[in-house]
Design a protein around this ligand. Structure first.
Ligand SMILES: Nc1nc2c(ncn2[C@@H]2O[C@H](COP(=O)(O)OP(=O)(O)OP(=O)(O)O)[C@@H](O)[C@H]2O)c(=O)[nH]1
Ligand SMILES: [Mg+2]
Ligand SMILES: [Zn+2]
Length: 321
């Protein structure tokens, strides 16, 4: 019942709930949100005379934007009134806290299988920042993959590899030249039918370049194709989802200035399992691992098991420092 086209769009069987099946049999049309504008959304696939752009009408205009469809959402569209649709339950949501304190979380994308955390091998390389991105993905139960671009512009990747291995034992890491399709092949195992990957990272690291290389066409503007305005403005200004020729979907995001991690304590703890494991042996159950006696984490730092910088980042994320 689910067409190849929908599988190419990242549809995964686990979403195929009974009610959805019923609506589909009644003629409902399943589409995926590829871009979101002020009061309109783009969807795919677009077949025949179906519009690829849907205007938000009625009650959709009255709900806060956080409750409206976001990129990666699945919609079940009414066959008789194509502006009327159900928003299907999300498997997960990639989100971050708003840069403005007090504001609600910013929802980035929905129904994601893996998150390519993109950094270059050059000056922007920063383990602390990568750690926050990994926590952000882990918080949404999305598999993080570290993608290090511009490997062609550096002579020696060994120190980076060493640092990454130390900080992210369990996270897969790929070094690539985002402009070279051969080199990007190693990322294809995360994609393919039924899979959706979101790209996040600072501006200029090569997210859109990577999307273009995977697509085999220059669909997304990159810094080299548009003159840089010198104000540090981001080249990509809106999120968009793209179907790859080999199946699967990649979501390009504007560069993130500073990661605002949605601080779920459990996600932070998940990303720092090594520290958590040691902490079980601290004398006090509420040990803050700073100057308490018999702190197993401090002992771990002294014996070189844990990096001081890593502990500081952990405490910072937990708001304890
Ligand atoms: N040599 C080399 N250049 C790269 C690589 N990846 C990206 N670039 C260049 O880096 C510049 C920025 O790339 P973009 O793809 O626009 O970066 P972005 O992450 O999409 O940036 P924003 O849209 O602002 O977030 C462009 O000039 C690319 O050609 C790489 O792996 N090797
Ligand atoms: Mg871009
Ligand atoms: Zn302790």
């Amino acid at each position: 019942m689910i067409s190849d086209e929908l599988l190419d769009l990242g549809w995964s069987q686990s979403q195929d709930a009974l009610t959805i099946g019923m609506k589909l049999r009644a003629g409902g049309i399943l589409k995926r949100v590829t871009a979101v504008h002020k009061t309109e959304i783009d969807v795919a696939p677009s077949q025949g005379k179906d519009e690829s752009r849907i205007s938000l009408t009625g009650s959709w205009l009255n709900v806060p934007s956080s409750e409206r469809p976001i990129v990666g959402d699945w919609l079940l569209i009414d066959p008789l009134d194509k502006t009327s649709f159900d928003l299907l339950p999300r498997r997960n949501i990639l989100q971050r806290s708003s840069p403005d304190p007090g504001k609600t979380n910013q929802l980035m994308a929905a129904n994601i299988d893996a998150c390519f955390i993109v950094s270059s091998c050059l000056e922007d390389f920063n383990i602390d920042r990568l750690e926050r991105y990994v926590a952000l993905a882990a918080g949404a139960e999305i598999r993080p993959v570290l993608v290090l671009t511009k490997s062609d512009l550096t002579d020696n990747t060994s120190p980076l590899k060493r640092d990454l291995k130390k900080a992210f034992e369990e996270v897969e890491t790929c070094f690539i030249n985002a402009l070279d399709s051969q080199s990007c092949q190693q990322l294809m195992k995360f994609l393919g039918r039924g899979k959706t990957v979101a790209l996040i990272g600072s501006s200029g690291v090569g997210k859109s370049s990577l999307v273009n290389t995977m697509l085999g066409q220059d669909k997304q503007a990159t810094r080299s194709t548009r003159s840089f305005d010198g104000k540090g403005r981001h080249t990509t200004t809106a999120r968009s989802a793209h179907v790859l020729p080999s199946g699967g979907v990649v979501i390009d995001n504007p560069g993130i200035r500073e990661v605002q991690v949605v601080e779920t304590t459990s996600s932070i703890k998940d990303s720092f399992k090594d520290i958590e494991k040691l902490a079980k042996d601290c004398r006090f159950s509420d040990c803050r691992h700073q100057s308490e006696p018999d702190c197993a984490v401090q002992a771990g730092i002294e014996s070189g098991l844990i990096d001081m910088r890593r502990l500081e980042n952990y405490l910072k994320l937990l708001g304890q420092k």
